[in-house]
Ligand binder design. Structure first.
Ligand code: ATP
Length: 462
């Protein structure tokens, strides 16, 4: 990460805390690595990100239905999925400062891509071959221990009331899609869906991530938004291409700048993956995975059929053909989207005469607060009363904020910082002529609008 990008990251981290977007978890106890909490504005932004995804996936596609499966599942689920044996990252330790690093990341930094499912031996081969190039991210030395695979599943003792260590451990889910596969049959039986159809889910996932240096990009407790499309094997290439295009367009619609997005094709695919591309975003620390779009063949339903003994094949009601559906998956983190959206929207604008403002140029649907309402002066009860009336009328429809603190210029700056698209000021004109001043976040232009037209104005503009 160069100095400029480093500064951008520091600015975003400091801003996120100062304006109540993101706090480190358990801060009063010294913090808890790779776990973060969303503050009041952060919670709104995160909810709006999830709502935008849900609308684009479930609401606007009549063949996609939602699901909310549990974090805990039968331990066999994780055996069947291959997570117990193979969900691991290769870890090596710097011999000088003992910093632990992911070997695949060290390799990636020098342009070598390692397959997720490589054995320890294969990874160690790459590590030895490239040992002159791989530098410790902390101390810069080029001397690492052998790599060891480190399983990422987070274990729990749920339901384990005896000290019986032989008992199978339970896990906090490492990805949300397993909940989709194990409910596939329930959905087919209850939701009146026919192949091709999709199941979408938003929910928490947990991973024992080794490196935890990139703010909310890599958390140990995070949220995923996943779609699994169940399809006929012959349609795989078409469906895959459709979803690649849809997901790219989705990010443009979400307001991300196209120059900050790029495709990355997986070079070494895991054995069951047939096609795998990531959409990467230009985070302050470089282009990194935002979303994975994967064609997984029939791997998931076949292995769950094998482990559970329940037949998860599909019979086409028209042709009577029986087959195991194939899966195209799109998977993205809420937190990574949050960081991408924040990075894209964060602007420090020069206003001339030595003045500047921080403004979050968020798309309106994502803005935590849509409208801020100000009485021009807080010590004029008639202005405050009128402003409260307008605030009360708007708040049933929009997330609004009432602010009577400091001068109006300062209030504008506060709202710009959190990305509020419109500020409405109630002044003496309001009492006389029934008009308010509506100020636009991006243009900073002010417009007089009659109170009676406010509803129409916001319906058209928000
Ligand atoms: P990475 O290579 O960065 O570890 P991954 O390939 O393991 O990610 P997937 O298992 O494909 O990630 O998960 C799908 C999506 O979930 C990712 O594209 C990312 O947006 C999100 N995600 C995965 N791990 C994390 C994490 N630790 N913190 C936040 N989001 C995550």
């Amino acid at each position: 990460m160069n100095e400029k990008n480093n500064k951008q990251m520091e600015q975003i981290v400091a801003f996120s805390k100062r304006r109540g977007f993101i706090f480190q978890s358990s801060e009063i106890y010294g913090g808890f690595a790779a776990v973060y909490d969303y503050g009041s504005y952060g919670t709104e932004l995160s909810k709006n990100i999830k709502a935008a995804w849900w609308k684009a996936m479930v609401q606007e596609n009549e063949n996609i239905v939602g699901l909310d499966s549990s974090i805990f599942m039968h331990p066999k689920v994780w055996e069947a999925s291959g997570h117990v044996s193979g969900f691991s990252d290769p870890l090596a330790e710097c011999k000088k400062c003992h910093t632990r690093a992911r070997v695949d990341h060290l390799l990636e930094d020098v342009g070598i891509f390692a397959d997720e499912k490589m054995t320890e031996e294969e990874i160690n081969g790459l590590l030895t071959e490239n040992k002159e190039k791989l530098t410790c991210p902390k101390c810069g030395q080029k001397s690492f221990s052998e790599a060891k695979n480190f399983n990422l599943l987070v274990q729990s003792n749920l339901g384990n009331f005896t000290a019986d260590w032989e008992k199978e451990p339970t896990y906090l889910r490492g990805e949300t899609c397993q909940g989709i596969y194990i409910n596939y049959k329930n959905i087919v039986d209850t939701a009146r869906v026919k192949i091709p159809f999709g199941i979408a889910q938003i929910g928490k996932a947990f991973r024992n991530e080794i490196t935890a240096r990139q703010f909310i990009f890599r958390k140990r407790e995070f949220e995923q938004m996943e779609l699994q499309m169940f399809i006929h094997p012959d349609d795989a290439a078409d469906v895959y291409e459709q979803w690649r295009q849809k997901r790219w367009q989705y990010y443009l619609d979400l307001g991300l700048k196209e120059e900050n997005l790029k495709w990355h094709e997986h070079e070494n695919l895991v054995f069951y993956a047939k096609m795998a591309w990531d959409i990467e975003y230009k985070f302050p620390f470089g282009f990194k995975e935002l979303e994975g779009i994967h064609y997984r063949g029939d791997y998931d339903l076949s292995t769950h059929t094998k482990y559970s003994g329940v037949d998860l094949s599909y019979r086409d009601p028209q042709t009577n053909e029986k087959y195991v559906p194939h899966v195209v998956e799109t998977s993205v983190g809420v937190d990574r989207t949050f960081l991408a959206v924040l990075t894209d929207a964060f602007v420090e604008e020069d206003l001339g005469e030595g003045k500047s403002r921080i403004v979050l140029k968020l798309p309106k649907n994502l803005a935590p607060v849509k409208i801020a309402v100000f009485p021009l002066m807080r010590n004029k009860p008639e202005l405050v009363k009128k402003a409260k009336e307008i605030f009360d009328a708007l708040k049933s429809q929009y997330m609004c904020e009432f602010d009577d603190n400091g001068n109006v210029g300062k209030r504008y700056r506060r709202q710009d910082e959190i990305g509020t698209p419109y500020c409405v000021t109630i002044d003496f004109d309001t009492l006389e002529t029934g008009t308010v001043t509506v100020r636009d976040r991006d243009t900073m232009e002010q417009e007089k609008i009659a109170i009676t037209d406010l509803e129409k104005f916001f319906t058209e503009n928000l």
